[in-house]
Each structure stands twice: as structure tokens, then as C-alpha cells.
Design a binder for this molecule. Structure first.
Ligand code: HEM
Length: 170
């Protein structure tokens, strides 16, 4: 009884964290990136300075919690029996593939998305100090990199979701 309550609590925290990570990725890809292209340079400056530091915080926290709770949930479910993650168990195989893809998504998020958000903040702060200058040429490539990397993370998270639900339900 206690063990099932612990597993249910871990699953709840794991799912809440994934909602935070995937929700932030969806917001960046579906709402923020297309909206930013339509804004005037001055509105874009304000939006970036208000929004990007929060995005960096939420992605870092939720992505880390997803992995931490996911790993604890996986080990608590199998009771330390590592063989359960081998290819002979469909459940373990799906969880292992999902976990591997999660590490890839984490590397893209922490290694590309967050540094790009940080670079855009630096460029935008420069633009704020010299409002009459044209936006620097690197801005377009930074925006492109942000779009591509966040789309990659969202695509990976969607595939992982399929593996997770398949593991739990089939
Ligand atoms: C290190 C990475 C991860 C590990 C080790 C992990 C592990 C697990 C485990 C053990 C379960 C319970 C399966 C069951 O009840 O039989 C689970 C469920 C779940 N995971 Fe993950 N997970 C990881 C990453 C993710 C990510 C990135 C997402 C989101 C895209 C995700 C979404 C879910 C969902 C929605 C469930 C509930 C599925 C259901 O009940 O239908 N997980 N995960």
C-alpha cells in the first residue's frame, strides 16, 4: 500500500514536470517564435528582456525534474532489478528508449536552446543601449537557431511521450 502510494506520488511529480518542460517548448515553438517575427524592434526588445530569463529558468528546472523523477520512478517500479530494463521486457525497452531520447532532448535544450536564449539577451541589451543602430546580422541566425533547436526538443519530447504511454498502457 505504502509502495503504491510512493509510486503514484512519483508518477504525479514526473508527469507535472514533463508538462512544465513540454508546455514551455510548445509555447516557444507555437506562440513566441511566430509572434516575435511580427513585433516592432522596440516591442521585441521588451519582450525578450521580460520573457527569456524566465524561459531559461523554467526549461532548466522542469527538464531536470523530469529526469530526476523519471529515473526514481523507473527504479522504484522495478525494485532495483536492472534486468527489467533489458530488451526482453517490452516495458523496460520502451522506458529505456524514452530515457535515452530524453537525454538527447536535455542535451539540445541545455547545450543549444539555453545558450541561444542567453546570446539573444546579450544582443538585445546592446540594441537597447544603441537604439538607432540596425539589429546586428547575427540576430537572424540566432533566431533561426532558436527556432530549429526548440522544434527539435519538442519533436523529441513528442516521440518520448509515445514511448512512455506505450510502456504504461500496452
Ligand atoms: C530519464 C527520463 C525518463 C524516465 C526514466 C521516465 C520513466 C518513466 C516511468 C518509469 C514511467 C511509469 C510507467 C508505468 O507506469 O508503467 C513514466 C511515465 C510517464 N512518463 Fe516518463 N520518463 C522519462 C522521461 C519522460 C519525458 C521526457 C516525458 C514527456 C515527454 C515523459 C512522460 C511520461 C508520461 C506522460 C508518463 C505517464 C504515462 C501513462 O501513465 O500513460 N517521461 N516515465
Amino acid at each position: 500500500m505504502v509502495q503504491s502510494l510512493v509510486i503514484a506520488a512519483l508518477a504525479l511529480f514526473h508527469i507535472l514536470s514533463t508538462i512544465g518542460w513540454m508546455g514551455t517548448a510548445m509555447f516557444v515553438v507555437m506562440v513566441m517564435t511566430p509572434t516575435m517575427l511580427k513585433l516592432s524592434p522596440s516591442s521585441r526588445v521588451e519582450l525578450v528582456l521580460a520573457l527569456f530569463p524566465r524561459l531559461i529558468k523554467y526549461v532548466s528546472v522542469f527538464a531536470t525534474l523530469t529526469i530526476v523523477f523519471g529515473a526514481i520512478l523507473a527504479f522504484a517500479t522495478v525494485g532495483g532489478n536492472m534486468a527489467a530494463f533489458g530488451p526482453s521486457s517490452p516495458w523496460g525497452f520502451r522506458i529505456s528508449v524514452g530515457a535515452g531520447l530524453t537525454l538527447l532532448a536535455f542535451i539540445v535544450a541545455v547545450g543549444v536552446v539555453i545558450p541561444t536564449l542567453r546570446k539573444i539577451i546579450v544582443v538585445i541589451e546592446g540594441m537597447k543601449q544603441n537604439p538607432k543602430d540596425k539589429p546586428p546580422a547575427e540576430m537572424a541566425s540566432l533566431q533561426n537557431r532558436l527556432k530549429l533547436s526548440s522544434m527539435t526538443v519538442l519533436a523529441l519530447l513528442t516521440i518520448i511521450l509515445v514511448f512512455m504511454v506505450a510502456a504504461a498502457r500496452f
